[in-house]
Design a protein around this ligand. Structure first.
Ligand SMILES: Cc1cc2nc3c(=O)[nH]c(=O)nc-3n(C[C@H](O)[C@H](O)[C@H](O)COP(=O)(O)OP(=O)(O)OC[C@H]3O[C@@H](n4cnc5c(N)ncnc54)[C@H](O)[C@@H]3O)c2cc1C
Length: 442
């Protein structure tokens, strides 16, 4: 196998990662005169802020993902390749991957971030991450599967084990998940599972600091906490998770929560590529860039989005891992590359902070924009509008809009399908298992 990219006269610009940063950059470089090769391990772009709605059966995965080839099919100079990039060779100007080697003239690393378990194996093996649409689907299936199991068991403590959920991390993802689960407990479980006592389903949110939503204002943190308290979520502030086992979560307060489901929303770490000069790696794994998004110690390699370390006056520890940062850097880099082509210079990149927001279930959200703090229905409307606006694809926008209107009116969705991925050979084993069962009962 190889990349099978034709050799042409134009300079080859390789982009690793088709997330917010890489996808935006590739869009901006259409018809730019570069041969652009956009590489991702998946053949689609994912809208990460709405993973939690897929996990909560509120949206179908296809409405928050977009096929790369469909997006770029009108541009013959823009090639999409599905591959796992493993390293960079800056001497040879090549990237290495699971499908071979590709030469580049200009390389842009936009490989984003991955789940951070802080080196604790018990966290990694006994919790469910939410950093890809397949993980969101896995979580959806686990929730549905455990509710079905809970109907079948008689023992109350076993029911609790299957119904209760612990979320680790009180950032936007944890808060949004907790709000959605509280609504599922209130509106869905009593209707779909009348044999279960929904009131016994506990949702725990564990946060290691004194407030939720650390990246937002004190006011928004306070409002989010009040909302969650009112919705019946058990919020544990200033609490650390010490160990996670398959059926228990151990907190530093000494409390042990029995549960089969722990959702890990406690942090991410950069996904850098090996092979860059030493000075290019920050101690937290991010890739150090200059104020033109160029990787330290290189001339023709750039880095944008979550994987880049770009300190500024307002953000001395680097710009935050947010979609607007990735998209603004991508737009800037497109401009810079086009300027460079014409031997023109561009002023350094400046991040325009447009604020932050989080939703906490139906009609509730918090929003910070400079000194402006909004909460409640108006903030929720802004949240809805912005998320629909940034979704890729007209169909996706319409589908998501209809889903949200439907949920708002009827408090329900018809998406709670536990579709298990087919794996070859599973049928023969299943046949064998069911034969075994019938054999033993005969
Ligand atoms: C659950 C969740 C909720 C979020 N909510 C918000 C929100 O509400 N608002 C907000 O602003 N931000 C939010 N974020 C953060 C936001 O999604 C990120 O800041 C943004 O995705 C960063 O864009 P990126 O392009 O740098 O990386 P990503 O979007 O992560 O894209 C990286 C891409 O690189 C690919 N890739 C990585 N390594 C390789 C490799 N070795 N080979 C091939 N391909 C590779 C990946 O498949 C991926 O497609 C959220 C993130 C998560 C996980």
């Amino acid at each position: 196998m190889s990349f099978n990219v034709p050799e042409v006269q134009e300079k080859r610009l390789v982009i690793v990662g088709a997330g917010f940063a890489g996808f935006t950059l590739a869009n901006k470089l259409r018809g730019s005169g570069f041969q652009v090769v956009l590489i991702d391990r998946n053949n689609f772009h994912q809208f990460q802020p709405l993973y939690y709605q897929v996990a909560m059966s509120g949206l179908e995965p296809s409405s928050i993902c977009f096929p790369l080839r469909k997006n770029f099919r009108s541009d013959s100079r823009l090639l999409v390749r599905v591959a796992e990039i493993t390293s960079v060779d800056t001497e040879q100007k090549q990237i290495h991957s699971n499908i071979g080697v590709l030469n580049y003239d200009i390389l842009v690393i936009a490989s984003g971030a991955t789940t951070n378990y802080f080196g604790n194996d018990s966290f990694a093996s006994n919790s469910i991450p939410l950093k890809s649409v397949s993980e969101a689907l896995y979580l959806r299936n686990r929730i549905l599967e455990d509710l079905e199991q809970a109907v079948l068991v008689r023992d109350e403590s076993n029911k609790d084990l299957l119904m209760d959920i612990v979320i680790v991390g009180g950032g936007p993802t944890g808060v949004e998940l907790a709000g959605s689960l509280a609504e599922m407990k209130r509106h869905i479980v009593p209707k779909d599972y009348p044999d279960l006592n929904a009131a016994t389903m506990d949702v725990h949110l564990i946060q290691n600091t004194a407030r939720l939503l650390n990246g937002m204002s004190e006011k928004s943190s306070q409002v989010a906490l009040e909302y969650l308290n009112r919705m019946g979520v058990h919020v544990h502030l200033n609490t650390m998770v010490e160990k996670i086992e398959s059926e228990s979560v151990y907190l530093n307060s000494g409390k042990v929560i029995p549960t089969r489901k722990v959702i890990w929303a406690a942090g991410v770490k950069a996904s850098p590529l090996p092979g860059l000069p030493d000075q290019a790696y920050h101690r937290d794994r991010r890739i150090v860039v200059d104020d033109h998004c160029r990787v330290a110690g290189t001339h023709d390699i750039f880095c944008i989005g979550d994987v880049s370390y770009f300190p500024s006056k307002a953000f001395p520890n680097g710009l935050p891992g947010l979609a607007p940062v990735a998209m603004q850097q991508a737009r800037y880099l497109a401009k810079l590359l086009l300027h460079q082509k014409q031997n023109q210079k561009l002023t350094p990149f400046r991040y325009l902070d447009k604020g932050q927001m989080a939703t906490i279930g139906r009609s509730k959200a918090v929003l910070d924009f400079g000194r402006l703090h909004l909460s409640g229905f108006l903030a929720w409307m802004v949240w809805l509008f912005i998320h629909i606006y940034y979704l890729v694809g007209v169909r996706n926008r319409i589908v998501v809009f209809i889903n949200w209107v439907w949920s708002y009116l009827f408090y329900d969705q018809a998406l709670r399908l536990n579709i298990k991925p087919y794996s070859p050979g599973a049928h023969s084993n299943e046949g064998k298992r069911s034969n075994d069962r019938s054999g033993s009962s005969a």
